[in-house]
Structure formats: structure tokens, C-alpha cells
Write a protein that binds this ligand. Sequence first.
Ligand code: FRU
Length: 487
Amino acid sequence: MSEMLEKARKYEREESVKIEKENRPVFHFSNPIGWMNDPNGFSEYKGEHHLFFQYYPYATHWDSMHWGHAKSEDFIRWEYLPAALAPDCDYDCFGVFSGSAVEDRGQQILVYTGVKESLPENGEKCIRQNQCIAVGDGINYKKLDNNPIVTADMLPEGSSMEDFRDPKIWKEDGRYYMVAGSRSSDGSGQIALFYADELDSWKYANILDRSENKYGKMWECPDFYPLDGKQILMISPQEMYAEGLEFHNGNNTAFLIGTYDKEKLQFSREKIQSVDYGLDFYAPQSMQTEDGRRIMIGWMQSWDNPMYPDTQRWSGMMTIPRELFIRDGRICQRPVRELDKFRQKPVTHKDICVQKETELEGIEGRSIDLELILKGNEYGKFKIKLVADERFYSEIIYDREDGILTFDRTHSGFKRDTISTRSMQAESIYDELQLRILVDRYSVEIFVNDGERVMTSLIYTPVNASKISFASDGRAYIDVTKYGIEV
Ligand code: FRU
């Protein structure tokens, strides 16, 4: 093991135990110490779920990237494992960037982007991003001697030599495949497909899809998988413009839904769909469980709007892992069913008529799973105030006539001016809107109409703010059940 990795492992072991459990989210993954961004290597290995992540243990800001590591049997309770990779080779000395993992013949194969920055003779900085492999046993990994194994000169002419990253690997019919993000000659995103019969000998196959300057510039963190009869190319485009309520300016995430011709290795896109409508969601990655479910997890944060309290010694969280499925042509998301086992002490109120601000006995909390059905057509706006105390609250506002749901964290306790609201379409079906709201100490995830649309946002409101109230400008009726989540 390199000195650099040993140092990271020692540091995280000694420092992470100093963080009290009470200062972490209850049922969302947070990093042991320091900085975390993208999920990496989210996959099954020897019957357990593994999660790696972009990691800088020594400070709460992005810096020289390592891979952190954890595993779980249920997607909710995670056990930290020692950091898996450090930027300790010449070809990855600037950072071990995002990538993925696959189990193969008892070994765990990690594929990542090795970033090298050097100053050549003419004095201009030269950045190279290439794909590399490390093989291990679930704890320790050895980088291949002939890394990097996929280099940018294998891409079609005119492709960027600098932006080429985030490989996602899978194995199918005895062959390895990999997709990676890149920029084509028009400067905007493209996703390249490669294949290999041996891990260290890869060939370029095809460009699966390209932005053509329509959906942002660089396409980061691609993932490519079948789902309910369709093929999904999931991407995280940078520098994208908002389109109505779809997308937002800056870093986005999108599902490209289409079909895949496995013989010709060609993807045909039919449509594009936003992955999440919240303020804090980026770089999702998926895996398939042994029982055949496609589970996605995302970084619950955003490059454009990063925030965490100055006093906190860890700075990253992941979303609740979500089951993906297609209904009526849309990709829908539900919290993993494993979360149900942690739901405690349900409190239910049925057919409550809500007019002025109303609190309901037992409906409150800061680690909860709240199910709500909003009924009727005799109101215009319905509001839910949550994580509230005398001073702070976050608000969900439903405009029934426009069919628009807004999350507003203007009063959630931020000292700095950060983006505070986002809205999305949310149709009442036969005058009923179904909401499932996961509230943890530092986050709110809102699932509408059984996962048709999802909104993920962070809040850093003081943790004892836990009240919930409802109000409408007419007569709205609700059925509500609250479960406490105890882990
Ligand atoms: C996405 C990303 C990736 C890159 C990583 C670096 O958030 O920019 O493209 O590999 O973060 O930490």
C-alpha cells in the first residue's frame, strides 16, 4: 500500500470517530470525514452493496481526489471501510476521479479516471484524463501495471483530450463494456462506448449519444442500463440552460430514454427526462440487485450551490437509494423498500379538513417518512410547513390550478444567499395528489404521485426544529401518516 493511502486510512480512522452520531443524518449516507462528492462503484460484491465515493479526507472542500468506501446489507445502515484508492501514481497524480465497479470471478474490479496535470516545456498546463483499473478483494486494491487502459486518443478525431472521464463498467455475455463521458469536436458532450475481452485490452466501439450543444457542454458520470423494456443512458450535463420548469441553469442530471441495438452497439434516443427537480442532486449512479431491481443513488449536493455549516467536519451526503421503474413512459423513483423496515410508530389522521394553519397530534419530527394524500377541488393553494420552530421553517406549496409544487427553503436557517426555491409540475389525479416526504436532519426528499417526480434539497435548519403544519386558502382534505425512522 502506498504511503499516501496509508496516511488517508489512518486519518479517517482516527478523525471520523470524533464525530458524534447525533451530528450526522439518521438514514442518509454521509462521509466519514472531510469532503465527498459523486457516488462511485455503486455495486454488488459478494452479496453486499458497495458504495465508493469521491473523497478528500483532510478538509471539507474539494481537493486531491481519493476514493472512500463503505458497504451495506440493506442500503440504509452503512459500514465504513478503509479508503480504497489514493492519487499515488504518475498517471493519476492529480486525482482519482469518478468511476464504477463490477464483480468478476471473485474479484472486485474498480474502473476510474486517472487525472494527470503536468507543465510541459512550453509552459502551458497539460491535463490528461484517462481510464484506469484497480483489482481487489473488497478492501485492498492493486492498480494494473499497464494503466491507463483507455486513453483519449482512442476517441474519434476532434474529441477533447482533457475532458474524458467517469467510466461505468459492466459485464455481459462474457465481455466487458464501459461508457465514459467526453466532449466532441463541437465542444459539447458525448458518451463513448468501449469493450474488452481482457481487462487490460480495450477497443473503442461507438459514440452512443451526443449533446450537439443542446443539452449542456461536458456530459459527466454516464450510466447505461436496461429498464422495463427500454435502455437508459443517464448523464450529468454541465453548463445547461433551464427549459421552463425542466432542468435548471448549471449542472443537471437527465435520463435519455431509448433503445439499444446490441449487435451494432448503437443507442437511439427517444426522449429526455429530468432525474430530479430539487436544489441538491447530481452525479447519480445505479446498480442492479440480485433480485433484479435497478437502484440509483445520487450526490445530495450541487456544484453550483454547495453548502454545509462551517463547524461540520464532514460535508457530503447521498440521497436515499431509489428503485427505478417505468410507468406510462416515465421513469419513476421510489425509496428502496428496505427503508420500510426502519419505519416506526405510525401516526395516522384521515379525512382532515384543512383551512387555516393546522397542526395534527403526533405529526412532526426530524427523521420521518410522511405519506400524505391531498384531496379536493375547493382550494387554490395548499401549504405544508415542516422542520419548523418559532423562527425557521421549510415550505412545500402546492398550486392546484396550475398543477405546480414548490419547495422553498428561504427560511431554513441559511446565513448566505443561496438558491432557495424550485418548482415542478405535479398533477392531481381525480383531485388527489399523493406525496411521500422523507425528512432527515439535513435533507428533504419529496416523491410525488408514487415517484412520478422527485425533488431533493438540503436544509441545515437547527435540528430541534421539527414541527409540521398544514394550511389551505379554501377547503382541502388530507389523509396523513407519519412514520419515525429509527436506524
Ligand atoms: C462530477 C465530477 C466528475 C469527476 C469528479 C471529480 O461531479 O466533476 O466528472 O470525475 O466530479 O471529483
